[in-house]
Every structure is written in structure tokens, then in C-alpha cells.
Design a protein around this ligand. Structure first.
Ligand code: DP6
Length: 397
């Protein structure tokens, strides 16, 4: 038996990937830029075991057995094995069946971009298992486009590439997470029961029906340059302006989709109003929002503004249960909201509209775990949570 356990991070795009030019190879219509978040708060963890005695491939995701036959998993696995064969390594274990167990350290129901971390972790762990060399972002891409950015830490660009075979559609780090130490992130998890249109389906409908999308694709290269330069020069004001404009444009093309898609809710729009009002009150950008295919807000801000922005969010969206931990992740100092600002703010107080907040920072790329206690599968290749008394297997064997 051979087994490997790894972790991979979540990433949040500041220039969004929306629309494919090739569905099968998962090739995007435009390049995108993202920030990889710290795995202390948000990460996927995956153990993969290969054994000549396993009779079938199996996968358990977040505590439940799932289908191995999903096209995304099959697509990704096929690519990994092709690569292993090309590199002439892997040996007989390439023919063995595998068991995969993966879980996130954050609630999947929170509606956070978990597929990016999950597929990046799957690609990275398989690459370790079969001893692949070189870039694996194009392998992760086969699972989910945004996953290709989670194979790197820090600040990442996914170049769309021009070739039909997708060999130049890969991601690269433009700066490590240590580059901008005072950049912090607040994720606001909005209470929302609505089922959203998944990003794959949403972007397909946009590409088919939105004329505004043609204009967006024309504009994105300039935005990639502007945001990359703002990151490299640590220019928060410019980073914030382009991040917010970009998010607004994504949601504009969603509304221009026919039938329209609206991911933002009243609560999301109130967060947008609050951010612009606070930036105006301060006379410069102190905080920037960005939204993916759902109502949760991701706020980028400098460390010195975390306490005040958290206080403002708590003021406008007080938690229903004060005893619950409303702010999770890194600790946040207390701050008093400025009366003169609040009195001009024409927004209703909405108790319970935000479930909780996660305070985090940019972080590193995927990691291999060598401590046997981290392994999610036991010596029979079953998840530990099913038979906890079984001996854990060697993490990297
Ligand atoms: C709005 O990567 O989930 O989060 O490739 O179809 O799996 P598929 O899509 P996915 O799309 C992410 C869309 C987004 C923007 C982004 O992360 O760039």
C-alpha cells in the first residue's frame, strides 16, 4: 500500500474567471488573478491510498461516500496518469485502485469556494502519489477552473493561454504571501437558504447570451495588468478600486445573461453601500469587496482597518446570538464606530443577516503532511471516522 496526505488552500479572485472557450479542457475566455488564503482558516485535506488489493476506486468527501465516476474526477485522474506515463514514472501503482478521502476545515454549507481547494488538493496529492514533476496547475484545472490558482500560494495569475490544446493555460505566482504582510481578508458569510446557479452552468449561459460579456473579455487584459501592478507595488488604493470594479462587472454580465442570474442579495448590496460610504468618509479606499457566484462578501483591507471594519459590520448586522462566535479565525481588536459616520449612513440594522465572519490573511500553497496522525484513511483504506480504532497508516509511504 502507498499513501499520501496533503492540504491545499482556498483562493479568492480579484480578476474573475467567468466563461470557458473549451468546456472539456476547462480553458477560460480570460485570464484571472487571485489571492491564496491561509490554510489555518480555510483548507482542504486529502489522503489517497493506492493498494494492489483494493477491488474498486472509492472516494469520501466531507464525511460521505461519493461517486468516483464524476466527469471532473475522471478528467483529472486521466490527465495525472497520462503525465505519469509520459514521465516514465509511477510504475505498477498506476494500475492499482485508489481510495480518496477529503475534508475541509470549514463548513461546506457556508457557500465558500470549496471546489478550488478540493480539486487543487486532489491534483497535488495524486501528483505526489505518482511522483509527477513540474507544474500541476493544468491538472487541477481539469477538476475546476479556479482550482488551478490554488496550487500556488500568495498572489497568482492564471494565464488564459491561446493554444487549442490548453498547454499554455497555466497559473503562476506573481508574489509570495509574505510580499504584502499587512493585507488582510474578512469573509462575511451571509445567511441565505437560496440554491444558487452553479458557476459552471452560470458561465455557460452568460457566454451563450450576454453581449456585455464580449466587451468584458476585451477589457480584462487591462484589468489584469492594473491589479498585478497594484499588488506588486502594494498600492492598496488602486488594488481596491480595480477589485471592486471587477466584481461589479462580473455581476453586471450575470444580470445581462438571459435569463438573468443574480447572485447578490440585499445584504450583499448593503455591504457594497457600506464599503463605498466608509471609503468616502475616510477620503480614500480603506476596504474593497469582491463577490463570487453567491451572496458572501470577501473584503480585502489593511491590518490597521480590520478592527474598525469589523465593528461596522457588527453594528449593521448584529449576530442573533451574542454568545456565539461571530468573528472566527485571527483575533480582532475591539473598536468604537464613529458616530458622525453612522449618523449619515442611511442603512437599516439587520440582525442575523450575516451568520459569521472569518478573519484571515494571504497564505502558502499546498503542503505534504508527514505526521501519521494527519492521515484520513486506516490500514484497510477506510476513512478513520468509520473505524476509529483501526491503526492509522503511514502518511507518506
Ligand atoms: C465566480 O472554478 O467553480 O468563483 O471551472 O466550471 O468548475 P468551473 O468553475 P469554477 O468558477 C469560479 C468562478 C468564480 C470566479 C473565480 O474564482 O475566478
Amino acid at each position: 500500500m502507498k499513501s499520501v496526505t496533503c492540504t491545499a488552500p482556498v483562493n479568492i479572485a480579484v480578476v474573475k474567471y467567468w466563461g470557458k472557450r473549451d468546456e472539456n479542457l476547462v480553458l477560460p475566455l480570460n485570464s484571472s488573478v487571485s489571492v491564496t488564503l491561509s490554510q489555518d482558516q480555510l483548507r482542504a485535506k486529502t489522503t489517497i491510498c493506492a493498494c494492489e488489493h483494493f477491488t474498486e476506486n472509492k472516494i469520501w468527501l466531507n464525511g460521505r461516500e461519493d461517486t468516483f465516476e464524476s466527469p471532473r474526477i475522471q478528467n483529472l485522474l486521466k490527465e495525472v496518469k497520462n503525465r505519469a506515463k509520459q514521465q516514465g514514472d509511477g510504475g505498477k501503482i498506476l494500475d492499482w485502485k485508489i481510495h480518496i478521502c477529503s475534508e475541509n476545515n470549514f463548513p461546506t454549507a457556508a457557500g465558500l469556494a470549496s471546489s478550488a481547494a478540493g480539486y487543487a488538493c486532489l491534483a497535488f496529492t495524486l501528483a505526489r502519489l505518482y511522483r509527477l514533476e513540474g507544474d500541476i496547475s493544468d491538472i487541477a484545472r481539469r477538476g475546476s477552473g479556479s482550482a488551478c490558482r490554488s496550487v500556488h500560494g500568495g498572489f497568482v495569475v492564471w494565464d488564459k493561454g491561446d493554444k487549442d490544446d490548453g498547454t499554455d493555460s497555466i497559473s503562476r505566482q506573481i508574489a509570495p504571501h509574505t510580499h504584502w504582510p499587512d493585507l488582510h481578508v474578512l469573509i462575511l458569510v451571509v445567511s441565505d437558504k437560496k440554491k444558487h446557479i452553479g458557476s459552471s452552468e452560470g458561465m455557460q449561459t452568460t457566454v451563450r447570451s450576454s453581449e456585455l460579456m464580449l466587451e468584458r473579455v476585451r477589457q480584462v487584459p487591462k484589468r489584469v495588468d492594473l491589479i498585478s501592478n497594484a499588488i506588486l507595488s502594494k498600492d492598496f488604493d488602486s488594488f481596491a478600486t480595480h477589485t471592486m470594479k471587477e466584481s461589479n462587472q462580473l455581476h453586471a454580465v450575470c444580470l445581462d445573461t438571459y435569463p438573468p442570474i443574480s447572485y447578490l442579495t440585499d445584504v450583499s448590496r448593503q455591504v457594497i453601500t457600506l464599503v463605498h460610504a466608509y471609503n468616502k468618509y475616510c477620503g480614500q479606499n480603506k476596504v474593497a469587496y469582491t463577490f463570487d457566484a453567491g451572496p458572501n462578501a470577501c473584503l480585502y483591507l489593511l491590518e490597521e482597518n480590520v478592527a474598525m471594519v469589523t465593528a461596522l459590520i457588527k453594528y449593521l448586522f448584529p449576530p442573533e446570538d451574542v454568545s456565539e462566535h461571530f468573528v472566527t479565525g485571527l483575533p480582532v481588536d475591539e473598536a468604537k464606530v464613529p458616530e458622525d459616520f453612522i449618523s449619515t449612513l442611511n442603512l437599516p440594522i439587520q440582525q442575523g443577516a450575516i451568520k459569521y465572519m472569518i478573519h484571515t490573511v494571504p497564505g502558502d500553497g499546498p503542503q505534504v503532511l508527514t505526521d501519521n496522525d494527519e492521515c484520513l484513511l486506516n490500514e484497510n483504506g477506510d476513512p478513520n471516522y468509520l473505524v476509529p480504532e483501526k491503526r492509522k497508516i503511514d502518511c507518506v509511504s
